[in-house]
Design a protein around this ligand. Structure first.
Ligand code: BGC
Length: 435
């Protein structure tokens, strides 16, 4: 019953870019009705102790490429109520987060009711806090058993994933406001382009995965973010389509989208053909009309310049973020336009953020990003939300806890949360509902 009453009071999702109200003096526009203002976070990066996952093993084997293990992360598995209370107090109206397959199905075919109960409580609390929950079914990590049997490279990998998604939807679907299936299913294609060092690191990646395989007594270990794109993407595209069908067959009526890592690929010095080829590799299969989705979740952090000789490093003197790539918030507008043009579907910014210890740059990044959203709305593009990566300073994969993407600092000993000025800034923008 609690569920029904919560749903009755649930935050409604917006119906698209209908006429923005009259512009205030500073040029900002009222956001379309139902526009989502929020943050994004993932399960593995925030919950802590995700011990049945592939990443946990990769973080601990010898030859691990992780700077440090995820450990307790932000302890959000226990402290989610505090996280949601912060988001609510800031004035946000949505919360994008992930459920963890390795907790829900820690051994093949053994589903945990307790884990599903947990995520149901998180969803209920989102509604009670006025936060529309945007659910990610898979954010990079898979159960260890799944990786050890070949992950999405195994012929039945997509079926096993779709079975998990169906189970989770059966229980959680009625409480979901919107969902993405894979977080950045194109990450295996993107990583070698965005992080050229990862190409040289291939033997080291293979060694880490071989050690994880050995630890499982298996001959293989397929962690999809570390897999070779050509080997894993076909299975992931199948898994996506099967999962989409499973969600639509389950309870709950909510939009189900793709989330893609969408960096602005810019041709320089006559590199048009090469840039187009990179775009094709990164986006074409996922944005193809045969890949089912109700919206595109654009996740933009930077631009990538491509010349006739291939990917170019940032120009000398360009401002770099702590993640090593260029500070370039204008990329967001370009990618919203691209996603909309390629699909004609509504767009949500499901992630955009910056690694920095200078919070004033985060404030600028937010404002510049929102002005990109405003321009796109002005052009009539159906943009329905902006979710900043991330609510918390969390586990930044191989970079560990060194890079800070959060609006809220987290003390690594006490887990005390301290909102930064940027958190209050985004909150104010959300409260004003002016873009
Ligand atoms: C991923 C996050 C990651 C963020 C910052 C995004 O592409 O979805 O998991 O933390 O980038 O690197």
């Amino acid at each position: 019953m609690l569920r029904r009453s919560l749903l009755a009071g649930a935050v409604a999702l917006g119906g698209g870019a209908t006429a923005a109200a009259s512009a205030p003096a500073d040029g900002r526009l009222a956001a379309p009705k139902g526009f989502l203002w929020g943050t994004a976070i993932s399960a593995h990066q925030s919950e802590g102790n995700n011990t049945a996952s592939d990443s946990w093993l990769n973080e601990h084997v010898s030859g691990s490429l992780f700077r440090e293990p995820s450990g307790d992360a932000c302890d959000s598995y226990s402290r989610y109520a505090e996280d949601l209370a912060i988001a609510h107090r800031l004035g946000l109206n949505c919360h994008r987060f992930g459920i963890e397959w390795a907790r829900i199905e820690p051994e093949q075919g053994a589903f945990s009711q307790a884990a599903l109960d947990h995520y149901e409580r998180v969803l209920e609390m989102c509604h009670a806090s006025g936060l529309a929950p945007v659910l990610t079914f898979n954010h990079f990590t898979v159960p260890r058993w799944f990786a050890a049997r070949g992950g999405f490279e195994a012929a039945d990998g997509p079926d096993l994933f779709a079975r998990f998604v169906a189970r989770a939807t059966q229980r959680l679907g009625p409480l979901v406001s919107a969902a993405t299936i894979f977080n950045e299913g194109n990450a295996p294609s993107l990583i070698p382009v965005l992080v050229p060092a990862s190409v040289k690191a291939r033997p080291l990646i293979d060694r880490m995965l071989a050690n994880s395989a050995r630890a499982c007594g298996s001959e293989r270990f397929s962690s999809w973010v570390f897999a070779k794109a050509e080997a894993v993407e076909p299975g992931m595209l199948r898994a996506h389509a099967q999962a989409y069908a499973a969600i639509k067959a389950g309870p709950g009526r909510f939009p189900v989208g793709l989330s893609l890592s969408m960096q602005d690929i810019q041709a320089v010095d006559g590199g048009e053909a090469q840039a187009e080829e990179v775009r094709r590799r990164l986006y074409a299969q996922w944005l193809d009309p045969r890949t089912p989705s109700d919206f595109v979740g654009v996740q933009t952090y930077t631009r990538i310049r491509v010349g006739p000789d291939g990917v170019r490093p940032p120009l000398p003197g360009a401002e770099l973020t702590a993640a090593g790539y260029e500070y370039y918030p204008a990329a967001l507008g370009a990618m919203i336009r691209y996603a909309s043009k390629m699909t004609g579907k509504p767009v949500y910014v499901t992630e955009s953020g910056i690694a920095t210890d200078d919070d004033s740059r985060r404030v600028s990044f937010i404002d510049e990003g929102l002005s990109q959203v405003r321009a796109c709305l002005g052009e009539g593009i159906d943009v329905r939300g902006y979710m900043h990566w991330s609510l918390l300073d969390n586990f930044e994969w191989t970079a560990g806890y060194k890079q800070h993407f959060g609006l809220v600092a987290v003390d690594r000993q006490t887990f005390k949360r301290t909102p930064k000025a940027s958190a209050h800034h985004l909150g104010q923008r959300a409260r004003s509902n002016l873009i």
